[in-house]
Design a protein around this ligand. Structure first.
Ligand code: ADQ
Length: 714
């Protein structure tokens, strides 16, 4: 699945005609689908009229077109994709425009792409491409939980400090994290992505193995540097007509790009101008040939760029041209493949100096076309290609003097050095060609499930060591699902002896206080934990019992005492098929775990009864909770404990850690955000306010173990 289909549809005299699209992505995936079969899902580039069908193409694979209206194309494609994500991912945030309506259309269009893939999702891999479609995997995962999904980003993934500017950074990360495999061109982007996932979502990552633990699944992440169809370019350049004599020994420095501000065309022209200033000997003998394919001309930035380049070319030519020589030849158009191969072959210098580029295929195409007397590749160190194409002369494209010197060096390089450099470059590009890339990616995408190693002491130390340094610790823990795995009946959630022992050790430490915060009644949770000198908060914090504080009960709960008994009776109506009511004093829980049929109609009715009785209904694990409508929750209860014990300036005296697995723990995560270290346990999606996520009770135990053994605070 990609934004564009491998062809663009045009309407000519009422009839639809297919025109093949070009570009790296198309030439990479076309052959892969041709040999393996499958479906290409994408936008045909035209708004299809009602009942209008695409003409059959000659490709052996199926086509699933996704139709977009003109205004959708504006907001989803020009707006969010190219106006926000493109500049941001290229680390040019000043050019990014963030518009909520663009974002909403992007979401809607991504949903439509996902729907188009749904019929295929059960039978094989869905491989989603590029920044236009970053929410598709999540939408697909919701409808097809067992589907095999992969994503490849063709542009850079920026560092955290830039990515965090995106108002919807959370959603975009969550969108692609629904995949089994996420691929980038180079390792730098992988590391940036892992940083963002860790910092924005608090997900656990394994940097060495490239694994992310998120929403109950393990996602693989890796670098897969895209290659080209090497033999095709090699062959084309061999078959191209010999260089014309009319060149008169003129040497050519070649630039080939889409007209895009990331490609650094104005800086390149200025660097060439600098060359002519620094080395007058090149005047009259060297020409810069710049090809630019028109691109995204609907966006103002791109129209401005075109004007800027026109003016620059005019200025430099005006400054240096003679009657027989002009320094810059500039073609604003696409050239046919055979002609392009000839130009590559005959250029003495391939000048590829993007300000930032995911990979850059032009550098690779240039190398593939150096079949006889080889030229020299000058390559921006800010292109993904620079990670592997080490034998190119690498430059910082913003440094005009350095670039000018590099062009000079390329123009004057002796043959043995040129041949050695190009030979290594060609060997690598021939081996790591596009076919190899597809194979590598698909092998990884269809590999078995990956697993993260259990949480290590070093990892916990890196999370909590600096945070706790020289402070007392106030540790607050939820019970069910945090200290014990979730089970069928609350009575069966027994605390294991090793965990009790760990808690005991923590309670006995001079520098640590422990609190258990539960939805259970206070007597019940105290019974289950069975430890003295612990603070217990029951009924989601409506009551608190602490060793050193007066017992607390929220002043409004008395008012609801009679009414909760009436509610329990009213819920008899939905206590069939095993569903039952757990009475907990100030609150109650209606459990539907034992129900064998579809419990949803019953749960809906239970919610209605609870609300009619004047209580709040909250969804819990296979249960609905009823709480009095009092502005109180687990977070407020813990804050009450901290203030009573340490005074209003408690943050100066203790560090707080709060670990919970339940929706009701979110109140605590929110209230302590920035004031505590918070952990949400279990397979939760994007919607947690906790700093970090933990997969299961074992991970909680690993943290408790580290806390119990840590160096004492004086
Ligand atoms: P692009 O930004 O389009 O691709 P690039 O990789 O250089 O950049 O590919 C451009 C393609 O267009 C090349 O195949 C080139 O031959 C062709 N082209 C350019 N100018 C042309 C002209 N005047 N006439 C004919 N053809 C021309 C995005 C990312 C890149 C990443 C690719 C693939 O921005 O970083 O390498 O996807 O992942």
């Amino acid at each position: 699945m990609s934004n564009r289909l491998p062809f663009t549809v045009q309407r000519s005299r009422g009839k639809l005609e297919l025109k093949p699209s070009s570009g790296g992505l198309i030439s990479a995936l076309g052959p892969a689908l041709r040999t393996r079969g499958g479906t290409w899902i994408g936008w045909p580039g035209i708004e299809l009229r009602k009942g209008e069908e695409l003409p059959a193409g000659d490709e052996p694979y199926a086509i699933a077109p996704v139709s977009l209206s003109e205004s959708e194309v504006n907001r989803y494609y020009h707006g969010f994709s190219n106006g926000a994500l493109w500049p941001l991912c290229h680390s040019l945030p000043a050019r990014a425009v963030f518009d909520r309506r663009d974002w909403q259309t992007y979401e809607r269009v991504n949903k439509r792409f996902a729907a188009a893939a749904l019929p295929t999702a059960g039978s094989g891999l869905v491989w989603v491409h590029d920044y236009h479609l970053m929410l598709v995997p999540e939408f697909l995962r919701r409808e097809a939980p067992n589907a095999r999904l992969a994503f490849f980003l063709h542009i850079p993934f920026p560092p955290w400090d830039i990515f965090r500017l995106l108002p919807w950074s959370r959603d975009v990360l969550g969108g692609i994290l629904a995949c089994d495999l996420i691929g980038f061109h180079v390792d730098g982007y992988v590391q940036n992505f892992l940083d963002c996932v860790e910092k924005r979502l608090g997900a656990r990552v394994d940097r060495t193995e490239g694994l992310i633990d998120y929403a109950g699944r393990v996602v693989r992440v890796g670098s897969f540097p895209l290659g080209i169809d090497f033999e095709l370019f090699d062959e084309r350049s061999r078959q191209a007509p010999p260089a014309r004599e009319s060149r008169n020994g003129e040497r050519v420095v070649l630039g080939v790009d889409r007209l895009d501000y990331t490609k650094g065309i104005p800086d390149r022209i200025k660097a060439f101008e600098r060359l002519l200033e620094l080395y007058p000997s090149h005047r009259g003998k060297v020409v810069m040939l710049q090809l630019a394919v028109p691109s995204r001309s609907q966006l103002a930035d791109y129209r401005d760029l075109k004007r800027e380049i026109d003016e620059l070319v005019g200025r430099v030519n005006g400054r240096f041209a003679t009657a027989t020589w002009s320094p810059i030849r500039y073609l604003y158009r696409a050239v046919p493949p055979e002609r392009l191969a000839t130009m590559y072959r005959d250029a003495d210098v391939g000048l590829v100096t993007p300000l930032r580029d995911g990979m850059n295929l032009v550098a690779k195409e240039y190398v593939a076309c150096q079949v006889d007397d080889p030229g020299v590749l000058v390559l921006s160190e800010l292109a993904g290609a620079a990670a592997t194409m080490r034998e190119a002369i690498q430059v910082n494209p913003y440094n005009l003097d350095e670039t000018a010197e590099a062009i000079h060096r390329a123009l004057t390089m002796e043959e043995p050095e040129r041949r050695s450099r190009i030979a290594s470059l060609r060997r690598r590009e021939r081996r790591d060609n596009v076919e190899a890339w597809v194979g590598l990616f698909l092998d990884e995408a269809t590999a078995g499930a990956a697993e993260l190693t259990p949480l290590t002491d070093e990892e916990v130390e890196s999370w909590l060591g600096p945070f706790l340094k020289e402070y007392r610790l106030a540790l607050f823990l939820d019970y069910d699902g945090t200290l014990t795995p979730l089970v069928d009946h609350p009575d069966a959630a027994v605390l294991s002896p090793p965990v009790r022992k760990l808690l005991r050790t923590l309670v006995d430490r001079e520098d640590t206080e422990v609190g258990i915060v539960s939805g259970r009644s206070i007597d019940n949770v105290e019974n289950m934990v069975g430890l003295k000198d612990v603070t217990y908060a029951g009924n989601h914090g409506l009551e608190v019992r602490a060793p050193d504080l007066p017992d607390f009960q929220h002043e409004d709960v008395e008012h609801y005492r009679g009414r909760i008994a009436d509610l329990a009776e009213a819920l008899d109506e939905v206590c069939s098929d095993g569903a039952w009511v757990e009475q907990k004093g100030h609150t109650l829980t209606w459990h539907y775990r034992p129900v064998t049929g579809d419990p949803m109609p019953l749960a809906e009715r239970a919610r209605e009864i609870i609300i009619e009785a004047g209580f709040q209904a909250r969804d819990a694990h296979l249960a609905v909770e009823a709480r009095p409508p009092i502005g109180w929750d687990k977070g407020r209860a813990v804050l009450h404990v901290l203030r009573s014990r340490h005074g209003p300036s408690w943050p100066e005296h203790v560090r707080v850690i709060y670990i919970g697995d339940d929706q009701t723990d979110e109140d605590a995560f929110r209230i302590f955000h920035g004031m505590a270290a918070t952990f949400r346990v279990g397979p939760t999606g994007t919607d947690t306010a906790a700093d970090r996520r933990l997969p299961n009770v074992e991970a909680v135990i690993a943290i408790l173990r580290w806390l119990a053994q840590r160096k004492p605070t004086p």
